[in-house]
Design a protein around this ligand. Structure first.
Ligand SMILES: [Zn+2]
Length: 228
């Protein structure tokens, strides 16, 4: 399938936030986001590999938006937070947004949607409404689903054997995409937590253990199963 590069967003430090859109237009789009937390490079790698493969294959043609690295400043600096020290996944204007942070690394900003990286995402969501969002993170491997995409989470888990969680009940995430997507955008969100790089985990091994799952996600009809 073919992609075009959209007008980029601009980060706190003036870096470009690169975004790609399918040539195909539609009322709603499937999103892939990487590195909302800048130091979670594993997910940015998966987003790039999926984008690369989609660009080469003739098996798939669907409305899509891909932002491989959302938090470009954090990605460059190797930090979770953006150039203002804000956790972008606590800064979205969900009903539960709060100025309180349990730890400094979860600093939600001075107001919901205060950060340019999130403003750029929300502009994309308004212009190209999502029907499904896959957001890559890294922590311990887990597939976390918010909204009606459990079937897709189950499907991916059959390949990678990662556990599945309905939401972070024991780990509240006010102002996260997992809250904002289903609540405000009426779009299911799959927060895909990759294993973290270590002596035995490499970018390539994370891709290899997920390659078949993601390719099948696009070439079978599973991606059409959720009811957004
Ligand atoms: Zn994360």
């Amino acid at each position: 399938m073919k992609f075009i590069e959209l007008a980029p967003g601009t980060s706190v430090k003036g870096e470009k936030i690169v975004a790609f859109k399918s040539e195909l237009d539609a009322p709603k789009y499937n999103y892939i986001l990487g590195a909302v937390h800048g130091d979670e490079v594993e997910g940015a790698h998966l987003a790039k590999k999926i984008h690369e493969w989609l660009g080469e294959t003739s098996e798939v043609n669907m409305p899509m938006i891909i932002v491989p690295v959302v938090n470009v400043d954090g990605y460059k600096a190797g930090t979770r937070v953006n150039g203002n020290g804000v956790d972008l996944n606590r800064n979205l204007p969900s009903a539960q947004w709060t100025p309180e942070a349990r730890e400094a690394k979860y600093f939600p900003g001075t107001a919901p949607l205060s950060e340019p990286e999130n403003k750029f995402l929300v502009e994309l969501f308004e212009k190209y409404p999502p029907r499904f969002i896959l957001s890559f993170h890294s922590w311990y491997p887990v597939i976390n689903y918010n909204g009606a995409c459990k079937e897709l989470a189950d499907f991916l888990a059959t390949f990678n054997k990662y556990p599945i969680e309905a939401d972070f009940l024991t780990h509240p995430t006010p102002g996260s995409l997992g809250e904002y997507g289903p609540q405000i955008l009426k779009s299911p969100v799959l927060t895909f937590e990759c294993p973290v790089l270590s002596d035995t985990v490499t970018l390539d091994s994370v891709w290899k253990e997920n390659e078949e799952a993601f390719k099948k996600m696009f070439t079978t009809k599973i991606i059409e199963t959720f009811k957004s």
